[in-house]
Design a protein around this ligand. Structure first.
Ligand code: NOJ
Length: 558
């Protein structure tokens, strides 16, 4: 694309009343697995900078970077020790500034990940808290409590960690005796902050300003639904074992507490101090779309991930229902809906959509998992699902590697796995490593071009040579070519800012119009007719002039 066309694109997206994030396609970069400039096996910021041109060619509007701040990496960077610096494994603040400038030069906006629910246990505040006495100011920044039982030997309540095991860990006090307990909804190395403490709130306003001053376009807010806990920290008895990031059940005393909205109203005001459209996107796994939409009221966040959409089965009726419910719930609060199919916490959709057994979020797939997907079925469905998603109005999130059709990596050796879930469940849940394997750029190169040394923090499967970007870029029928076409057509036709009109369709078919484009996804059992008009693109080949099963077409209609 010429730079003039790019300028036009930015100008359009930034026109008054049409903030860029309302219709943007936002590409998630998981820095440790994107590209590795220094060859140590972990991706880095300079690696990202070196591939921004590829993302421009792909046609995304923005990138979201998973955490690259200083961290002991116990949870792949979601355990931060210094929120205002770059971890040396990823580079330096200067590398960040270079990356940001290079992205902006190309018309790509940059969102960074903020982790406010918890810090690392190596954070200076937590180290101070451990060294301080019960009841001290330092302990008051986290959730320390006395234990139950005669000698405080039982945890303060029965909450369980998202990663498995108890959500409390007991500390040793200065006299060497077992003492108070601290809360960690995730790993024991991730103590939860006490967000009723004004000092915590002030610190995060400072952190927001630090990155806004550097020029970032917004924040993806980690565990945005978890910051406030129900007063008194009551026991919780879940009905069933739902997905691990929370939110299938109402009334969970640590998810979605009403008081959390005040925090984001404060943050909204901080962002409003800055020019341009800076955006906040909530990672909030909540029980209903209506509840999630409350997070994007006009004075709070701008977006929330649509996990209800991500979790919807490959089923026409279910997809129609979730799309309807999303459009209605977000319209009611004046926000666009978002759409997402993959991220670094879920089984990649090229595998997930062909699973034949239940697989709650966080379980992952490994050699002993039931219902493993047939790869060809998964890829066909993934391409059809993406073509359906990118036809919808609103903002869409992509996860690095999905544009190559990467599947979940199933055969990671046990001793290479790194997700805390794997360890905290005694290897019962494989966890999320399978969607985090470094992505392939060049078929015939060390580590498939991830770096030039061949080192990778998780092993890459041999089959990925065929899925490398250079191979796919040269193949018009590849998944990469399909994504590039879809993004180009979506942008040209302004589908993100469009609206949806359902079309009558048989069971098993999802069909709608968005502007001049008819999108039809065949999720049924037999081929169906192509809608009248000019075929723009198809997620798979037509057969005898019909749309085969697990295929989506875009057709131009007048
Ligand atoms: C959600 C993040 O996406 C996930 O990767 C992380 O483990 C948890 N939050 C804890 O920060």
């Amino acid at each position: 694309m010429t730079s003039t066309a790019l300028d036009t694109r930015i100008a359009l997206a930034s026109a008054p009343g049409a903030e860029w994030w309302r219709s943007a396609v936002i590409y998630q970069i998981y820095p440790r697995s994107f590209a590795d400039a220094n060859g140590d096996g972990l991706g880095d910021l300079r690696g990202i900078t070196s591939h921004l041109e590829d993302l421009k060619t792909l046609g995304v509007d923005a990138v979201w970077l998973s955490p690259f701040m200083t961290s002991p990496q116990k949870d792949a960077g979601y355990d931060v020790t210094d929120y205002c610096d770059v971890d040396p494994i990823f580079g330096t603040l200067a590398d960040f500034d270079d990356m940001l400038a290079a992205a902006h030069e190309r018309g790509i906006r940059v969102i960074v990940d903020l982790v406010p629910n918890h810090s690392s246990d190596q954070h200076v505040w937590f180290r101070e808290a451990l060294a301080a006495a019960p009841g001290s100011v330092a302990r008051g920044r986290y959730l320390f409590r006395e234990g139950k039982g005669e000698h405080g030997e039982l945890p303060p309540n029965n909450w369980e960690s998202v990663f498995g095991g108890p959500a409390w860990t007991r500390v040793r006090e200065a006299d060497g005796e077992p003492g108070q307990w601290y809360l960690h909804l995730f790993d024991s190395s991730q103590p939860d902050f006490d967000w009723t403490n004004p000092e915590v709130r002030a610190e995060f306003r400072r952190i927001l300003r630090f990155w806004l001053d550097r020029g970032v376009d917004g924040f993806r807010v980690d565990v945005a639904h978890g910051l406030m806990k129900k007063p008194g920290l009551p026991d919780y008895f879940p009905d069933a074992d739902g997905g691990s990031m929370g939110g299938d059940a109402a009334d969970v005393p640590y998810w979605g507490q009403p008081a959390v909205h005040d925090i984001y109203r404060e943050w909204h005001e901080v962002l409003a101090e800055y020019d341009g459209d800076r955006a906040l996107c909530a990672e909030a796994w909540l029980p209903s779309i209506e509840q999630t939409a409350l997070w994007v009221r006009p004075d709070e966040m701008n977006q929330a991930f649509n996990f209800a959409y991500l979790e919807t089965k490959w089923d026409a009726a279910a997809l129609r229902a979730v799309i309807d419910a999303s459009l209605a719930a977000y319209a009611a609060v004046g926000a666009p809906s978002t759409w997402v199919l993959s991220n670094h916490d879920v089984v990649r959709h090229a595998s997930r959509l062909a699973l034949t057994a239940e697989n709650p979020q966080g379980t992952g797939i490994g050699p002993n998992s039931p219902g493993k997907p047939i790869p060809e079925v998964g890829l066909r469905r993934a391409r059809a699902a993406t073509a359906l998603m990118l036809g919808l109005p609103g903002s869409a999130y992509l996860y690095q590697g999905e544009e190559l059709g990467l599947p979940e990596v199933i055969n990671i050796p046990d001793d290479a796995r790194q997700d805390p879930t794997w360890f905290r469940t005694d290897h019962e849940r494989y966890g999320r490593d399978g969607c985090r394997v470094p992505i392939p750029w060049v078929a015939d190169a060390p580590a498939y071009g991830f770096n030039d040394t061949g080192a990778t923090w998780l092993p890459q499967p041999a089959e990925w040579a065929d899925l490398a970007r250079d191979v796919e870029a040269a193949d018009e029928a590849s998944t990469l070519s399909m994504y590039t076409t879809l993004l180009d057509e979506r942008r040209e036709r302004r589908l993100g800012a469009g609206s949806l009109e359902w079309l009558d369709s048989p069971a098993g078919v999802v069909a709608f119009r968005n502007g001049s484009v008819t999108v039809l996804a065949n999720i049924g059992e037999r081929p169906v007719a192509v809608p009248g008009g000019r075929l723009i693109t198809s997620s798979g080949s037509l057969v005898d002039g019909l749309v085969p099963v697990d295929t989506t077409v875009w057709v131009e209609t007048d």
